[in-house]
Ligand binder design. Structure first.
Ligand code: NZQ
Ligand code: ZN
Length: 395
């Protein structure tokens, strides 16, 4: 295991009705004038936004609003939010929604005290040195942004989807009421589940030896998702399934299962180009990319893939030929994704194979260079993975 430090400073407030505590938590973490950020309508329709407003009002917290944040969030509302905060003197960002809303709030939080273009943090030109405090009320278990120090935004000019990370972006508090996710359409539930599993796999496939504890934690999250996702899809109001999925989503990405080990993240990079180009759900893109990446890299360490196959998908270990077990595990993963309604190839996702050269180019791997990870990826590797993804079928 590698050396590490770990700090997850977010206070998680979990359970039924917990959003009614929102105003109290904003006060607790120093907010007196809030910019409330939310999405395209679900939180309004469910009455959640009204309950949030009431909770803030109860604490005499002044309120300004920025709504209409779209999935795969763009830079435009970030600029709008930064201007709004500066104009009104808002001192706290409250995000009510999923990863797209939370990531927008985080980008605004970092942009307000910065004397430059917030995009500098996403292009790698500058590091985040200060940020307004952020709190979240989560409505979809998926991106894990409620517990992560990351934010992913798309620059409209060139449709570049890029991430920025800093401990300063971790939420002060995150309110997790699993009942709020009961209004999710089955497709969004499945997209979220896929993203949660992908966050674990990005950490699970490592070259770091002797990481039994985090291997086992990863497997626990994956097994939970395999069990609970079909239950939540079959019965959307199943609170217990929703509760297990919600906490799995946070644990999958607040890095408790990833410390002390090298991580990969190349499937995410390849996927971000898909969701930027086609505006598809991030989880759906991952459902197409991640098994393709697995097929391309599994020869690098068949035993690690065989371990996943046996422990997560219950495959029989073939000691004479671990590669066979590895491949059985990847097939089982793709079957699982198909079973919960996810696309498995480009056509089902709505992507076009003819765009592969463009996707590879946007990834920005320099000629002769590679992306680090479980297996280093050259531009030719990236192209091969997109090609596998384009034609994949369930077996
Ligand atoms: O806008 P509304 O009407 O709310 O609809 C949303 C949206 O259409 C809907 N929704 C959310 N909660 C709902 C609901 N519908 C009914 N009932 C509810 N309770 O779901 C749709 C998707 O929302 P979104 O916020 O986009 O989902 P998600 O949480 O999957 O976030 C995806 C974004 O997060 C990024 C992704 O790249 C993508 O841009 N990621 C962020 C990460 C991070 N910050 O750590 C890590 C991830 O790997 C990921 O890259
Ligand atoms: Zn993700």
């Amino acid at each position: 295991m590698e050396n590490f430090t770990y700090c997850s400073p977010t206070e998680f407030v979990f359970g039924k009705g917990s959003e009614s505590e929102c105003g109290r938590y904003v006060r607790k973490y120093g907010g007196s004038r809030v910019l409330l950020v939310y999405g395209g309508g679900s939180a309004v329709r469910s009455g959640l936004i009204d309950r949030i407003r009431a909770s803030l009002e109860k604490e005499n917290i002044a309120l300004h609003e920025l709504s209409g944040i779209q999935p795969n969030p763009l830079d435009t509302p970030v600029y709008e939010g930064i201007a709004l905060c500066r104009e009104t003197g808002a001192d706290f960002l409250l995000a009510v929604g999923g990863g797209s809303v939370i990531d927008t709030a985080k980008a605004i939080a970092a942009g307000v005290p910065y004397d430059g273009d917030f995009w500098d943090f996403y292009s790698g030109k500058a590091q985040i040195a200060a940020a307004l405090p952020v709190g979240t009320v989560l409505t979809i278990a998926a991106a894990g942004s409620e517990g992560s120090g990351d934010s992913v935004i798309t620059k409209t000019d060139g449709m570049l989807k890029r991430g920025a990370g800093s401990p300063l972006l971790r939420a002060r508090f995150s309110i997790l009421n699993p009942a709020l996710t009961q209004t999710l359409p089955a497709y969004q539930t499945a997209c979220g589940a896929t993203d949660i599993m992908a966050h674990v796999f990005e950490r699970y496939f490592t070259n770091t030896p002797e990481v039994e504890i985090t291997d086992r934690l990863c497997e626990a999250v994956l097994l939970t998702m395999v069990k609970e996702t079909p239950r939540a899809i079959a019965d959307p109001d199943n609170y217990d399934a929703r509760a297990n999925i919600m906490w799995a989503g946070t644990v999958a990405h607040n890095n408790i299962v990833g410390v002390g080990r090298q991580q990969d993240w190349n499937s995410h990079a390849l996927e971000h180009e898909l969701s930027a180009l086609y505006n598809v759900a991030h989880g759906a893109g991952l459902a197409v990319i991640m098994p393709a990446w697995m097929e391309h890299v599994c020869a690098h360490d068949p035993m690690r893939f065989a371990q996943m196959a046996v422990r997560v998908f219950g495959c029989q270990m073939n000691f004479a030929d671990p590669m066979q077990t590895a491949k059985a595990g990847i097939r089982a993963f793709r079957r699982f994704l198909h079973g919960i309604g996810m696309p498995v190839n480009f056509a089902e996702l709505g992507a076009d194979e003819a765009d592969i050269p463009l996707l590879v180019e946007k990834l920005g791997i320099p000629a002769g260079g590679s992306r680090q990870g479980f297996m280093e990826l050259t531009a030719a590797d990236a192209e091969a993975i997109y090609r596998i993804a384009a034609h994949a079928e369930v077996e």
